[in-house]
Design a binder for this molecule. Structure first.
Ligand SMILES: [Mn+2]
Length: 383
């Protein structure tokens, strides 16, 4: 059986104030869909983060509708989709039980999960085991199982349910949206948890013939060649300029032997960093002037109206850095999400929303009380 594994489409993503929907549509219709035909693909897997946010813009929903219809109804290929940490599981699950009859298998909301789904090839059955992203507290509530403490125990419980009835000798494909310990992150991922441990051990996926992962935006294997992240559809940050984006073609043979091939996408516009002196950048030939670029000017003297001049050559300059001119103002307000406590993040959010009015003591006490309840597990009803 031949499977095309993709992940992290983030449809409706906004990049420096611009929707990337057209760029996403280009890669999906001009490259992803043709791959299905050219490579004779038997099943498609999308391992979470279909959309960039829980309430995606209409254009993004239309695009997913179009792609899902082409994959299943026009090309006749079964399509397995799970929700990621950016998706709303319940919105993504709309109509999922009806859509199963049309070869579109969406795993999102825990209450609606069915499966495993079984496909057949000439050598017998292959089980598809779908574990959508879910907060540990939701999984704990869903199963009423208080031994579920973190992402690892939550995912293990979900996989146990989703693979029930599948015999060990049956070949299987696991689909999950999670952070496997040791993985290489990128700038455009949102951490799965703040504080607590969000990592799961790759050993969790040892029972499956192939594991199709989503969440990390750089394509990579996780612990073994048959446990993989496909990476995101496009480069979603300037930190990803060196990554090659694409999809993974997975061949599963008779006795569960797996081979994978990475099929790169060629985006309509690339995301690039151009570094140099102003005059050199303006004078140098460049055939890809329409790319999304960050320009890093090495000049020490200010360039009058630099951005406007650069835009004449590169209409899609999204950011300008002047590393050699930063001596005087060092008051950049930035903080590391992974190193902040929940209370600090909320304080920072509140001060961004109401710069002129700091939180009162009563408000701070209320917020701290809520966090305490959530973090100690007393506040499950709050979620
Ligand atoms: Mn993602």
């Amino acid at each position: 059986m031949r499977i095309l594994h993709s992940a992290d489409w983030h449809l409706g993503k906004m990049f420096y104030g611009e929707y990337l929907t057209e760029e996403q549509a280009y890669v999906l219709t001009e490259q992803f869909l043709p791959m299905l035909k050219e490579e004779n693909v038997d099943a498609v897997v999308l391992a979470g983060d279909v959309y960039d946010r829980s309430l995606p813009p209409a254009g993004a929903v239309e695009l997913f509708d179009e792609i899902a219809t082409k994959v299943t109804a026009e090309l006749g290929v079964p399509f397995f989709v799970i929700s990621g940490n950016h998706d709303s599981a319940s919105r993504l699950s709309f109509g999922s039980r009806l859509l199963e009859k049309q070869n579109l298998y969406i795993a999102g909301e825990l209450d609606k999960l069915s499966g495993p789904y079984i496909l057949e090839d000439t050598y017998g059955p292959i089980a598809f085991i779908a574990a959508p992203f879910a907060e540990p507290a939701s999984v704990r509530n869903h199963f009423g199982d208080h031994s579920i403490r973190d992402h690892e125990t939550a995912l293990a419980r979900l996989l146990q349910q989703q693979s029930r009835g599948v015999e060990q000798t049956v070949r299987s494909v696991c689909i999950a949206h999670t952070f496997v310990a040791g993985g290489m992150g990128s700038d455009s991922e949102r951490p799965l948890s703040i504080g607590g441990s969000d990592a799961v051990d790759a050993a969790l996926f040892a029972p499956y013939t192939y594991t199709a992962l989503g969440h990390l935006h750089g394509p990579q294997q996780a612990g073994s060649p048959s446990i993989r992240y496909a990476g995101s559809l496009l480069k979603y940050s300037f930190g990803e300029v060196r990554q090659k984006k694409g999809a993974v073609l997975v061949d599963i043979g008779k006795s569960g032997l797996v081979s994978t091939t990475f099929l790169p996408f060629e985006p309509r516009h690339d995301v690039r960093i151009i570094e140099g002196f102003f005059d050199d950048i303006m004078n140098k030939d460049d055939v890809r002037r329409d790319d999304f670029v960050l320009i890093r000017l090495l000049d020490t003297d200010p360039i009058l109206d630099g951005m406007a001049k650069l835009r004449k050559k590169y209409p899609q300059v999204l950011a300008l850095e002047t590393p050699n001119r930063q001596s005087k103002s060092g008051s950049a307000r930035s903080f590391d999400l992974r190193k902040s406590t929940e209370q600090q993040l909320f304080e920072s959010f509140a001060s961004a929303m109401q710069p002129d009015r700091p939180l009162t003591e009563a408000e701070r006490a209320c917020v701290n009380g809520l966090w305490r309840k959530l973090l100690t597990g007393e506040g499950e009803g709050l979620l």
